[in-house]
Design a protein around this ligand. Sequence first.
Ligand SMILES: [Zn+2]
Length: 378
Amino acid sequence: MPFLPYYDHIDPGQGGSSMVIPEWPRPVLDRPHVFMCPVCRESFPSYEDRFQHRFEAHPYQRPLLVLGAHEVNTPRFVVTTALSPEQIRPVNAATCRLDGKTVTARMLAQRLAEARSGFFKVELTGAEGKITVSYEISIEIASDSHASLVEQEFARLYSPGVVSVASISAFIRAASDARTARRYVDGLAAYLYGILAKDQRGETTLSQEQGRARLNEAGQTLSEIDRPLAAVVAGIVSFQSNAFSRNERLAPVPRLRSAMRWFDSVRTNARMVAVDRADSPTTPNARVLLDSATDEILAWMDMPPDRLSGHAKQIAKRSQQDDWLPEDRIKAKVLLAAIHESEGDAAQAGKVAREFRHDPVFSRLAERLISSEKESPA
Ligand SMILES: [Zn+2]
């Protein structure tokens, strides 16, 4: 059963109590250093700059609650990551109410930032009282001890060597004491069910398509949780769905991080460079279940170029295999095109590129390869 090793502060060998390994401090979360405008995607160096730009460059009329990176557009919203008061902002609100009481914008921000759990009714009313927008905000921030408990149970899930639907249920039951970490458990369980469905193993009754939905749900839930394991799993889901720009917070998984960055640079520059193999001197101390396609793709990307070329036939076969999801077949095609190009075979690279010409992620690369094929001597 394939696994992705990663670095964490939890020793999976320890049942019961959490153990902090002193020589390996908790990895610094690889936070994005840029803040992107949700409307035009322009990047800014700070939260404040992004915020200013967002509402000056793209005027917005209605009252709106902004929580961290989210403009809350739904009547219900769950907060799972602690926010500072500066990251909680009512916009276009002449009046703010919290649980029926009128409060200042600053008080609203402070009260929501302080809460670790609970349910809050927020009402924002625009100028002249014309429009009121109401929200029900549920705050569910896992306590450190609950989150650690979930991670220990998650690690223990692997000890029999085989993960099945039954062992996932056992994980959910074992983690049920972690009251404040329910969404963390939900996200991890959705991921595991999704992996079994993707590979059609472990007594799954879900189709591959249903599995994909589970994986997306897991990615969304976990990207909001501020723990290395959550970031690693959310990163795997981004990789599976070819969302390569979401490659932050991946310091604990150097293999995945370099693969993500490689595909991201191929996607944006339409140029293929060598994969940057960042090997780490320390031994990973935790692992996450992987689907077999992702495992195989990461293994290819970890190979030196000459060895990778030797796998061209296998990669070509996978790129046509119908039990591989389209996103994985595309990754195999891009790798195959990279191999042909690095061998100077523009004709073969162009031929492979025709197969992903209409892919929204890699169309620029495909066009470039197809035009170099035409320019190259036959
Ligand atoms: Zn913008």
